[in-house]
Design a protein around this ligand. Structure first.
Ligand SMILES: [Zn+2]
Length: 467
């Protein structure tokens, strides 16, 4: 089986029992970055031995989410469940070496209470009980020692009191491996050099290292990255808001923004002033500089990256990114430059594509419900707008015309712009009105003013479009 040839091999080994969450994506990212940084390879393995909860649909969605994030595995390892023969082989090897023994206790409680009676059972009795098919599992005979020490890249030397590891089960009576054995065998066989995983796996290290040593294998290097917490410093959970990657994807987040944000969790050197591509992150990444303190999931920081991503898009890309949003407005044709100017105006409010679409709709549709009394100058303004040819209908011309109109009529800014905005959008706040009008186009602007004249102000709720 593949011993490492010195090349770094990392792996992300989720159970396909749910969709990919921020914590899993974070672990996958660090595995990916370390493999890239070391010019090694990044492997994905589904640990699907919990057959009742594992689902191939989750495998698909996890893989899709990783691809969406750009964290594409170099190797897709065989599913854990497909390797049961190999796991049995490893078990038999451990049995032959006398590293494990059969335990006939009916439960782990009974085992804990009963001391080590199975451990000291004589070989003849073991044999006859096994041939009688007495239910049993296989336990690893943990050597008595005051402490067990191992090294974690993030945490340094870790010392575990010897009593922390009682003889642990490596297989059931039918020879099917427990997680501890399956995981150790799979990591070893696929040449994994660095096990970078969540800190909840730390108690497994002494047990897995014992399996490695009993097999004559060298254990991998360990790096246990801290769990991401919520603001109250609790474990992140779905019921406390969106934490699954597919939800972020569906709500219009850019993968680049999500990745840039994830990189900052526990890794202080990750850039916070720009969206760094994965290749740049990989060039800088150092597993040794990852903090061991639990990071807090910070929506505000994530939004910062969302805004950075959107504001960094080139004009044409930005427009293409949300062209759908404009499709129902500006029937008479609106210049690209006007749409882009509008987007740049509303962009500071937005972290996602969906929020941009919302801003377009909120500003350009007549969906607001505010109303105001019709001022006497509204007809005159409409006349004035009618005189602008379509081709000159842009925000700067509209602005100039409105300004000179306001001056002519001797209107204060608030007395003019406030009611005008309400007639045209139904809202008293929003993007600059000249940009809104240029983006809805001349025809629709005139139509809205007509609708107003025809009684919009008197309508409860305001919106009588389409009647
Ligand atoms: Zn027992």
């Amino acid at each position: 089986m593949a011993e490492s040839d010195g090349r770094v091999v990392t792996r992300f080994a989720p159970s396909p029992t749910g969709s990919l969450h921020i914590g899993g994506a974070h672990t996958a990212l660090f595995n990916y970055l370390w493999a890239r940084r070391e010019q090694g390879s990044f492997m994905l393995r589904f640990e699907d031995t919990d057959r009742s909860r594992s689902d191939i649909l989750y495998e698909k969605s996890i893989l899709e989410d990783l691809k969406w994030l750009g964290i594409v595995p170099d190797v897709l390892s065989p599913r854990q469940s497909s390797r049961s023969e190999r796991h049995k082989e490893v078990l038999n090897f451990l049995i032959e070496r006398g590293a494990v023994y059969p335990c006939f206790c009916s439960s782990s409680e009974e085992f804990s209470k009963g001391g080590h009676s199975c451990r000291s059972m004589n070989p003849g009795e073991r044999k006859s009980r096994i041939s009688r098919k007495d239910p049993h599992c296989w336990r690893f005979e943990v050597p008595a020692s005051p402490n067990y020490t191992y090294f974690d890249i993030l945490r340094g030397k870790i010392s575990v009191p010897g009593c922390a590891a009682e003889d642990f089960a490596v297989a059931r009576g039918d020879g099917s491996a427990t997680y501890l054995l399956a995981c150790a065998a799979d990591d070893h066989d696929s040449g994994v050099t660095h096990v970078i995983r969540g800190e909840e796996h730390m108690p497994n290290v002494p047990k897995q290292e014992m399996i490695y040593r009993a097999m004559g294998w060298s254990p991998p290097k360990w790096a246990h990255i801290p769990m991401i917490l919520d603001r109250e410093r609790r474990k992140l959970s779905k019921r406390l808001g969106a934490v699954s990657i597919d939800e972020y994807r569906e709500s219009g987040w850019a993968p680049e923004a999500v990745v840039s944000y994830l990189a900052t969790l526990s890794w202080a050197q990750a850039p916070t002033d720009r969206i760094a591509p994965l290749s740049e992150l990989a060039g800088m990444f150092d597993l040794n500089s990852v903090a061991r303190f639990a990071p807090v999931h910070d929506e505000a920081r994530m939004r910062h990256f969302g805004r950075l991503f959107l504001s960094g898009l080139a004009d044409e890309t930005l427009l293409a990114y949300c062209s759908d949003g404009f499709s129902e407005f500006g029937s008479s044709g609106v210049a690209k430059s006007e749409k882009i100017a509008f987007l740049r105006e509303v962009l500071p409010e937005c972290a996602t594509k969906r929020e941009l679409a919302f801003q377009i709709r909120a500003n350009l549709s007549l969906s607001g419900s505010e109303t105001a009394d019709a001022p006497e100058w509204i007809e005159d303004l409409k006349e004035r707008f009618t005189l602008i040819p379509d081709i000159e209908w842009d925000s700067s011309n509209i602005k100039n015309i409105m300004k000179s109109f306001q001056k002519e009529k001797g209107l204060k800014g608030a007395d003019f712009f406030h009611p005008l905005r309400i007639f045209l959008t139904g809202m008293s706040r929003g993007a600059p009105i000249s940009l809104i009008l240029s983006c809805i186009g001349r025809t629709d602007t005139l139509k809205r003013l007509d609708e107003y004249r025809n009684g919009r102000a008197a309508m409860p709720g305001g919106d009588n479009r389409g009647q």
